[in-house]
Design a binder for this molecule. Structure first.
Ligand code: IVH
Length: 691
């Protein structure tokens, strides 16, 4: 649903409808729209099984936004329009837990697990014990408090007794219900006031996308989905959390700090019935053999999951037995984690090579003595940059620990040094010349990275073609490393437009290419011509222009021609485009070669126009910062209104801010504005500015 369009609904029809509607009817209509939207959010985000198209969903959402916009008094915090919003925060407030949030004891092998089971038998005096097996999700645990069926608070684990109130970020997670109907709770057998505990996580795909975006913007990378989850839950701007696509699985239900149902398996079923996302990959095991089978099954299949797990959690099913078994210091005796072997290994660095990326960036890569890690053999790991090599203190010949997570490229995490693993001696130096083309390498003052500045460097070409053909860009399946290497080596492809010149005869002369695969590639190339403008913009490989920026550019300009002719000033009118990105885009299109490339793409009939989003000009060139709670609008609504009128909404106050719009409880942004002498206006003045 990422790409939901935001076309406005037929306003005329709605105005007529509204004029005819009595206040009670409006209220009813609003509630009925909310119920529908909640249902479809549940189908999409919890069940992963949508019943309607994204466009149909947008229509419902826009209809609700419109009605709420006209009746601000009817906006309630549990409305689906209110996921992002609320007061700005300068930090998090501490919040106590209803009962301690415990952690789990770990086991790493079958023997230890059998010992745990034996202890359970001994302490309980029984041997017929059922266990629930669940995946151990690798995220962060989080408690959700509901009152009257409504989400009241989300609290991080913290030290187990006191966590941090991260409600505003939690609300943006679409698989977490903001409100649950009384009937639904009743059917699930859950009272209206309760607490769910579970795991917040970032799916691998969302993690990769986020890191790609960050790389485009030359921001630091998150090491793994778990860190990314924690970083996202604990960052201060809810709209950022909303974009990062977190997910939440419930695994505990408490009422007044106590387990509510008499069996854990019932708890999970009840949470599911109430509309929470509960992992379907679970099992009620009747004996150890079944527990072990579940552990083995998922050890093998863990690579196929869309998120990371680090083991299996085994819990005694009956609550009465759990209570009998009780707790040791920090962990329950009635549950245990079986941890899978870390996807890390120790091996030796045989050499450090340098890879040249699409932007010419030189990345040092460790050539490793091949080592099996989590089912595959790893012989390369990234060292990111020279600063990282210095931080790790890595030398050629060192033994190092290498980690691999999900889809992420393996990386060196530390140097291992002991009797069996003596240190290496050879230091790595960044080459003075590009290893691919021999051009002198440049490091710009203040930047971490070294770059090859030769526009015709073959490595850049190869990476540019790979980027253009990749899934998020022109999605040309089959055009991976092997094919692109051959195409560029043989001079068949010298720029991205050449892709559209490839003939079957060209392909048939390549290695491992039969008639059928050649035809498949040609069909894929043909199909890519239909992809929307933003993909082409992204595909051009303009520095700092990632997927999101490409989308904003396409929406703002509506055609490649308008984009090509835009001045840096005009470019800065675009959402999230600052001087650095604007400069980079303008420079790209000043280059005659690049303009010529666009002309070639036009000749091949790629999609070079799109739908310009109607934006006003009333606030063109003006930058706003929102702070405090507005009475009549949510943050989202206000932001959209300003952007629709051509204005820009920034996250922090600087000298370049034109207006700070302050609602009630405005915090330090207001102070900052006063300090810098930036105009501060209220909601009323904002409405006036918007006309
Ligand atoms: S139950 C008292 N179930 O693992 C029981 N925890 O190492 C507490 N975790 O802090 C937790 N998946 O963050 C439980 N299915 C699952 C889990 C799970 C992941 C995490 C959780 C906990 C940590 C303990």
């Amino acid at each position: 649903m990422d790409s939901r369009s935001h076309d406005l609904r037929d306003t005329h029809y709605y105005n007529l409808l509204l004029m005819a509607m009595a206040p009670k009817d409006v209220e009813k209509k609003i509630e009925s729209l909310r119920e529908k939207i909640r249902h479809h959010e549940y189908r999409y985000y919890v069940l992963d099984d949508p019943e309607i198209t994204d466009a149909a969903f947008d229509q419902l959402m826009n209809a609700l936004k419109k009605l709420e916009g006209e009746h601000p008094d009817l906006v309630t915090p549990d409305s689906p329009t209110q996921r992002v919003g609320g007061k700005p925060r300068e930090g998090f407030v501490k919040a106590p837990h209803s009962s301690p949030m415990l952690s789990l004891d770990n086991t790493y092998n079958e023997e230890d697990l059998r010992n745990w089971e034996r202890r359970v038998h001994e302490l309980s005096g029984r041997s017929d014990i059922e266990y629930v097996c669940e995946l151990k999700l690798d995220g962060m645990s989080l408690a959700l408090h509901y009152e009257d069926g409504k989400l009241l608070r989300g609290i991080t684990r913290g030290d187990g007794s006191i966590g941090e109130d991260v409600t505003l970020n939690v609300r943006t997670v679409r698989s977490i219900p903001l409100a649950i109907a009384k009937e639904k709770l009743k059917q699930a057998g859950i009272p209206a006031g309760f607490e769910v505990r579970g795991e917040m996580l970032m799916p691998i795909a969302a993690f990769r996308r986020m890191n790609e975006e960050r790389e485009q913007k030359e921001l630091s990378q998150f090491a793994n989905p778990r860190n990314a989850t924690a970083g996202t839950v604990r960052q201060l701007e809810p709209s950022v959390t909303a974009e990062r696509r977190l997910d939440y699985f419930g695994y505990m239900l408490l009422v007044n700090g106590q387990t509510y149902f008499d069996r854990h398996s019932k708890t999970l079923d009840a949470l599911e019935a109430a509309g929470f996302k509960v992992n379907t990959r679970r099992k009620l095991a009747e004996n150890f053999a079944q527990v072990w089978a579940f552990i083995e099954e998922w050890e093998e299949k863990r690579e196929s999951l869309p998120y990371e797990i680090d083991g299996i959690v085994i819990k005694v099913d009956r609550t009465a037995l759990q209570q009998e078994l009780g707790y040791t210091g920090k962990a329950p005796r009635w549950a245990i984690a079986y941890k899978y072997a870390a996807r890390a290994g120790i091996t030796r660095i045989e050499d450090i090579l340098v890879q040249v990326g699409r932007t010419g960036k030189l990345t040092p890569v460790a050539a490793l003595a091949p080592v099996p890690i989590g089912g595959t053999t790893v012989s390369r790991a990234t060292l990111h940059n020279l600063d990282e090599i210095e931080r790790l203190g890595v030398k050629i010949g060192d033994w190092v620990e290498v980690e691999r997570g999900g889809d992420v490229i393996p990386k060196v995490t530390r140097v291992v040094e002991d009797k069996a693993h003596p240190r290496g001696h050879k230091s790595f130096h960044m080459p003075e010349r590009c290893p691919e083309c021999g051009t002198k390498v440049v490091r710009t003052e203040g930047e971490v990275d070294y770059r090859c500045v030769n526009a015709n460097c073959p490595a850049k070409l190869r990476e540019t073609i790979l980027h253009f053909a990749s899934r998020h860009v022109m999605n040309i399946e089959g055009m991976g490393d092997a094919l692109v290497n051959q195409l560029t080596d043989r001079g068949l492809v010298k720029n991205v437009a050449d892709i559209y010149r490839i003939t079957k005869a060209d392909l048939l002369q390549l290695e491992r290419m039969g008639d059928k695969s050649a035809q498949n590639v040609l069909d894929e190339i043909e199909a890519s011509k239909k992809l929307p403008l933003e993909r082409v913009i992204f595909g051009l490989g303009i520095r700092f222009v990632g997927e999101r920026t490409a989308q904003f550019l396409a929406e703002h300009f509506g055609s490649i021609d308008a984009l090509m002719d835009a001045s840096p000033e005009e470019l800065q009118q675009v959402n999230e485009v600052g001087p650095r990105i604007a400069q980079s885009i303008a420079e790209f299109f000043q280059e005659p070669k690049n303009r010529d490339l666009v002309e070639q793409l036009r000749k091949f009939k790629l999609t070079l126009t799109g739908h310009k989003k109607q934006r006003g000009t009333k606030l063109a060139g003006k930058t706003f910062v929102l702070t405090g709670t507005l009475a009549g609008y949510s943050r989202d609504q206000a932001k959209k209104m300003i952007e629709d009128a051509g204005g820009r909404v920034a996250g922090s106050v600087s000298k370049k801010t034109d207006y700070v719009i302050a609602g009630s409880d405005a915090g330090s942004k207001l102070e900052k504005a006063r300090e810098l002498g930036v105009a501060v206006i209220g909601e009323k003045e904002m409405t006036e500015l918007l006309g």
